[in-house]
Write a protein that binds this ligand. Sequence first.
Ligand code: SF4
Length: 399
Amino acid sequence: MPSAARTADHFADPRSRWLGEFVPIIGTNSPSSGGPKPAGAAASQTTTPKLTDAADPPCDHGPVDLDLLRSTLEDLGQPRFRFDQVWKWTSEGAKGYHEMSNLPAKLRDELTERVPFSTLTEVRRAEASDGTVKLLLNTHDGRPIETVLMRYKDPTSHPNRRGRRSICVSSQSGCPLTCTFCATGAMKFGRNLTAWEILDQALHLRRIDALDHCVFMGMGEPMMNLDNVLEVCRRLPAVGITHRRIGISTVGWVPGIDKLTESDVPVRLAWSLHSADPELRSDIMPVNDRYSLADVKAACDRFYEQRRKMIFVEYIMLGGVNDSVEQAQLLADLLEPWKYKINLIPYNPTDSVYDGSERDQMEAFRQVLEDNGFNATIRLIRGRDIDAACGQLAAKAAA
Ligand code: SF4
């Protein structure tokens, strides 16, 4: 089959769509000193972000802290169903208490006064020509975080026949794992986000559009903050995102993978692998020195044995670094095609020491995987004109 036709088939395959195209672009706008130089480095491509001032329309501000909401309603002597009423309005996209028409007006005023409607303040909003929306948000203590909404035109593969609305949320402000290709990794690590700060990212995006898919693949390593991530997963069905449409991504934090395996939340697992060569992987992902490929593979296998759900492998294509056919064969030798589905991610080279792989090279890489029996796709690029890669907007704002 000609490669172009094969690509079209991959993009048309609904099985490949739910997680495989969630994250818009991974890249960096911060030159990194630690990683290997790609062969034949080309001039960096620059993009002009389309930024607008945030909060359009404006929301009420500051922590939905559901614990505070519950205790405040108790203080006010309200019946228990009031909490459910407020949460229902909030999870369905209400922009403030003033919209909650089945609450007494006096109670709406009291809540506006005592329970800030969001834990996050919207600082910037960037909208791409393909419908992708990226928000830069600040926590109450000034930590920047990013969250992204991606809109797809694939009505035939989705039950509501309007195309998926996928979100990519952050679990940490910054990240301590310092992968060399990642803008977030180049930022100073802030802290783990609270469950409400993670949930509020989804709620901010829910006020923009109805949602149906979510991946924890934004800033931070979700497995280092798994209790809060799982708390959010339990709430997301109320926002419109069922558990089987939630994916948690990890670079290989083994204790978190094992904890997820033992949890009661039936979400999907994605492994951001990026190289099956141990030495190269340690060069571009220092976490590899802590948890080896074999250790992470064993943890992923345990997840598969327990859940019997295919694991998604994310593989960012760095030109001249990890994109050779030999690297593809190493990847094929490491994994089993019935357990792992592989997503090849075009790299956004903005201002980075790395370049993205050429399309022909990505196709050659994928061909090796397919020859070894894998289902492998090349991800659609989303939001390139708004710096939609993880950490880009926050890094620019901090610069
Ligand atoms: S790729 Fe993920 S784990 Fe690595 S530095 Fe970026 S956010 Fe952290």
